[in-house]
Design a protein around this ligand. Structure first.
Ligand SMILES: [Zn+2]
Length: 378
């Protein structure tokens, strides 16, 4: 059993923010880190080389989608996901649980797992802790996630507690399956993270974490957040969770969030994030800037010769005008998605880099104060 190396190089004095490095066999990851989402083995509208140029050190890929198409066995036969998609850097895969609960239809939960129908063709499938781990091992991810039940918001206390108890039983099964099957498929090492649930109930969140720690994982995630609950409740759940997690292990907030969320949760001690927001919003013409977001389709940009964000150093902002990007969007041109995605990912990765620099130079609180005055909370 190889422990996951996570070196904390700096702890902020005034907040819970820290700088660290996660070491995998596909390279090091500087934390806090934002992981672009490559749902189906591609971060939509950017090439793998562009991701490298943008400074992405790790991407997330979705177990549910790759299992349904093209299938994890095919990817394994073709050398694993790194080889298949030509991405040499680390990959984290989710467990498929969130997608099963959010986009598949006719799902039926039992103690063994979840029966569901594919959103692609309606075919029947069954995902269990054992199956979710088998798929992720076959894909060859560096960091894997335990299979969990994501409780919807709002859910009452009893329903949420039931989901939390099941999540804990599935976490144990996930770990057993992982310990049994890891290390046989690939020369590189793989690690399994546990996921805390408990909805918006502090006592459930705390209990779930305490019992996850007994099972023992090399890293811990917070799941079931940013699913419709008020922001202040999400921040509260993050705060009490990071107080509970061991200092020396990475903490991952799943599926979050806005630029403001990243900052608010980094000061609350989160190390890892993923979110479709920069990429999905880009395709919808929602562009992030250092002064808040703009909606590029709006008429006010029709004759605007300026860049998306005058403060942005990305290649899109150095070359193209808002007027041109608005035209591409309205004309439904493929280049619209490509350029918008490039800028939004640059913005997210650059924001994270600036936060890391602010932590390193002991200037985080000033940075956060200014950021809060410019970036909306929603
Ligand atoms: Zn830009």
């Amino acid at each position: 059993m190889h422990p996951l190396q996570f070196h904390i190089t700096h702890q902020d004095n005034a907040t819970k923010a820290r700088l660290g490095t996660i070491v995998t066999d596909h390279g090091e990851i500087q934390t806090p880190v934002f992981m672009p989402v490559g749902t189906a083995g591609t971060v939509k509208a950017v090439t793998q080389q562009q991701l490298v140029d943008l400074g992405a050190e790790i991407i997330l890929s979705n177990t549910y989608h790759l299992y349904l198409r093209p299938g994890h066995q095919l990817i394994r036969e073709l050398g694993g996901l790194h080889s298949f998609m030509s991405w040499a850097r680390p990959i984290l895969t989710d467990s498929g649980g969130f997608q099963v609960f959010s986009i598949s239809s006719l799902r039926h939960i039992t103690e063994e797992g979840v029966a569901f129908r594919s959103h692609l063709d309606g075919s029947s499938h069954f995902l269990s802790p054992e199956k979710a781990i088998e798929i992720q091992i076959c894909l060859g991810a560096d960091l894997l996630m335990a299979f969990d039940e994501c409780t919807a918001y709002p859910s009452d206390f009893l329903i949420t507690r039931e989901g939390m108890e099941r999540t804990l039983r599935w976490a144990r099964k996930s770990k057993e399956a992982f310990e049994t099957h890891k290390g046989v498929s690939w020369p590189h090492r793989q690690w399994l993270f546990g996921i805390g649930q408990g909805g918006i109930y502090p006592e459930l969140r705390r209990e779930c974490i305490d019992r996850l720690l007994d099972i023992d994982f090399p890293g811990y995630a917070m799941g079931g957040l940013s699913v419709g609950e008020p922001k202040n409740l999400m921040y509260e759940m993050v705060d009490l969770s990071t107080d509970r997690f061991p200092v020396e292990k990475p903490r991952y907030l799943m599926g979050v969030g806005t630029p403001r969320d990243l900052v608010e949760c980094i000061v609350r001690g989160v190390d890892m994030f993923d979110c479709v927001m920069p990429t999905r919003n880009a395709r919808n013409g929602w562009l992030f800037t250092r002064e808040g977001h703009i909606v590029i389709k709006n008429a006010q940009y029709a004759k605007d010769a300026g860049p998306i964000d005058p403060q942005c150093q990305c290649s899109v902002c150095r070359r193209y005008s808002r007027a041109y990007l608005r035209h591409l969007f309205h004309a439904n041109e493929i280049l619209s998605a490509i350029l918008n995605t490039h800028h939004n990912l640059y913005f997210y990765l650059d924001t994270i880099q600036q936060i890391r620099d602010a932590i390193a130079s002991r200037n985080l609180l000033n940075y956060v104060t200014e950021f809060r005055s410019k970036q909306e909370i929603a």
